[in-house]
Design a protein around this ligand. Structure first.
Ligand code: HEM
Length: 76
Protein backbone atom coordinates (compact mmCIF):
# COMPACT_ATOMS: atom_id res chain seq x y z
CA UNK A 1 0.00 0.00 0.00
CA UNK A 2 1.32 3.46 -0.89
CA UNK A 3 1.73 6.00 1.87
CA UNK A 4 1.06 9.72 1.42
CA UNK A 5 4.83 10.23 1.37
CA UNK A 6 5.45 7.82 -1.55
CA UNK A 7 2.47 9.26 -3.48
CA UNK A 8 4.19 12.67 -3.47
CA UNK A 9 7.72 11.55 -4.43
CA UNK A 10 6.72 11.99 -8.06
CA UNK A 11 3.46 13.57 -9.11
CA UNK A 12 2.99 13.69 -12.90
CA UNK A 13 -0.76 13.56 -12.29
CA UNK A 14 -0.84 16.50 -9.90
CA UNK A 15 -1.93 16.23 -6.30
CA UNK A 16 -4.63 17.25 -3.90
CA UNK A 17 -8.39 17.26 -4.38
CA UNK A 18 -8.24 18.08 -8.13
CA UNK A 19 -5.57 15.58 -9.15
CA UNK A 20 -5.91 13.58 -12.34
CA UNK A 21 -8.85 11.17 -12.33
CA UNK A 22 -7.26 9.18 -15.15
CA UNK A 23 -4.01 8.37 -13.34
CA UNK A 24 -4.65 4.66 -12.75
CA UNK A 25 -5.98 4.22 -16.28
CA UNK A 26 -2.92 6.01 -17.73
CA UNK A 27 -0.50 3.89 -15.67
CA UNK A 28 -2.28 0.68 -16.72
CA UNK A 29 -2.33 1.78 -20.37
CA UNK A 30 1.39 2.59 -20.36
CA UNK A 31 2.18 -0.77 -18.70
CA UNK A 32 0.19 -2.62 -21.38
CA UNK A 33 1.82 -0.61 -24.19
CA UNK A 34 5.30 -1.37 -22.81
CA UNK A 35 4.44 -5.07 -22.42
CA UNK A 36 3.28 -5.26 -26.07
CA UNK A 37 6.46 -3.50 -27.24
CA UNK A 38 8.69 -5.81 -25.18
CA UNK A 39 6.92 -8.90 -26.55
CA UNK A 40 8.03 -7.84 -30.02
CA UNK A 41 11.43 -6.25 -29.46
CA UNK A 42 14.54 -6.66 -27.34
CA UNK A 43 15.76 -3.25 -26.21
CA UNK A 44 19.41 -2.36 -25.73
CA UNK A 45 20.17 1.03 -24.21
CA UNK A 46 22.96 2.87 -26.01
CA UNK A 47 25.64 4.59 -23.97
CA UNK A 48 25.31 5.24 -20.28
CA UNK A 49 21.91 6.70 -19.33
CA UNK A 50 23.15 7.62 -15.83
CA UNK A 51 25.50 10.20 -17.30
CA UNK A 52 24.06 11.04 -20.71
CA UNK A 53 20.33 11.42 -20.08
CA UNK A 54 19.30 14.87 -18.87
CA UNK A 55 15.79 15.36 -17.53
CA UNK A 56 13.72 18.45 -18.24
CA UNK A 57 10.50 19.32 -16.47
CA UNK A 58 7.56 21.02 -18.10
CA UNK A 59 3.98 19.79 -18.19
CA UNK A 60 5.63 16.37 -18.13
CA UNK A 61 9.13 15.14 -17.28
CA UNK A 62 11.15 14.24 -20.37
CA UNK A 63 14.63 13.16 -21.34
CA UNK A 64 16.03 16.33 -22.92
CA UNK A 65 17.63 14.59 -25.91
CA UNK A 66 15.76 11.32 -25.64
CA UNK A 67 17.29 8.04 -24.60
CA UNK A 68 18.85 6.20 -27.50
CA UNK A 69 18.05 2.51 -27.71
CA UNK A 70 18.62 -0.24 -30.22
CA UNK A 71 15.53 -2.33 -30.95
CA UNK A 72 15.91 -5.85 -32.23
CA UNK A 73 12.83 -7.72 -33.38
CA UNK A 74 12.31 -10.87 -31.32
CA UNK A 75 12.01 -14.11 -33.24
CA UNK A 76 9.84 -15.87 -30.64
C1 HEM B 1 -0.01 10.11 -18.92
C2 HEM B 1 -1.28 10.50 -18.89
C3 HEM B 1 -1.81 11.65 -18.04
C4 HEM B 1 -1.15 12.64 -17.38
C5 HEM B 1 0.37 12.87 -17.27
C6 HEM B 1 -2.16 13.46 -16.74
C7 HEM B 1 -1.89 14.59 -15.96
C8 HEM B 1 -2.84 15.37 -15.37
C9 HEM B 1 -2.56 16.52 -14.55
C10 HEM B 1 -1.16 17.05 -14.19
C11 HEM B 1 -3.75 17.03 -14.15
C12 HEM B 1 -3.96 18.29 -13.24
C13 HEM B 1 -3.97 17.83 -11.80
C14 HEM B 1 -3.95 18.99 -10.81
O1 HEM B 1 -4.37 20.10 -11.15
O2 HEM B 1 -3.47 18.77 -9.65
C15 HEM B 1 -4.80 16.22 -14.72
C16 HEM B 1 -6.15 16.42 -14.53
C17 HEM B 1 -7.13 15.66 -15.09
N1 HEM B 1 -6.95 14.52 -15.84
FE1 HEM B 1 -5.18 13.71 -16.39
N2 HEM B 1 -3.39 12.97 -17.03
C18 HEM B 1 -3.23 11.85 -17.82
C19 HEM B 1 -4.22 11.03 -18.30
C20 HEM B 1 -5.57 11.21 -18.10
C21 HEM B 1 -6.60 10.30 -18.57
C22 HEM B 1 -6.34 8.99 -19.33
C23 HEM B 1 -7.79 10.84 -18.19
C24 HEM B 1 -9.20 10.35 -18.43
C25 HEM B 1 -9.50 9.12 -18.81
C26 HEM B 1 -7.52 12.08 -17.49
C27 HEM B 1 -8.46 12.92 -16.94
C28 HEM B 1 -8.19 14.05 -16.22
C29 HEM B 1 -9.22 14.95 -15.67
C30 HEM B 1 -10.74 14.82 -15.85
C31 HEM B 1 -8.56 15.94 -14.95
C32 HEM B 1 -9.20 17.11 -14.19
C33 HEM B 1 -9.46 16.68 -12.76
C34 HEM B 1 -10.09 17.81 -11.95
O3 HEM B 1 -9.92 18.98 -12.31
O4 HEM B 1 -10.76 17.51 -10.93
N3 HEM B 1 -6.15 12.26 -17.45
N4 HEM B 1 -4.22 15.21 -15.45
Amino acid sequence: MRTDHSRLCIFPFGGGPRNCIGDQFALMESTVALAILLQKFDVEVRGSPESSVELVSGATINAKNGMWCKLKRRTK
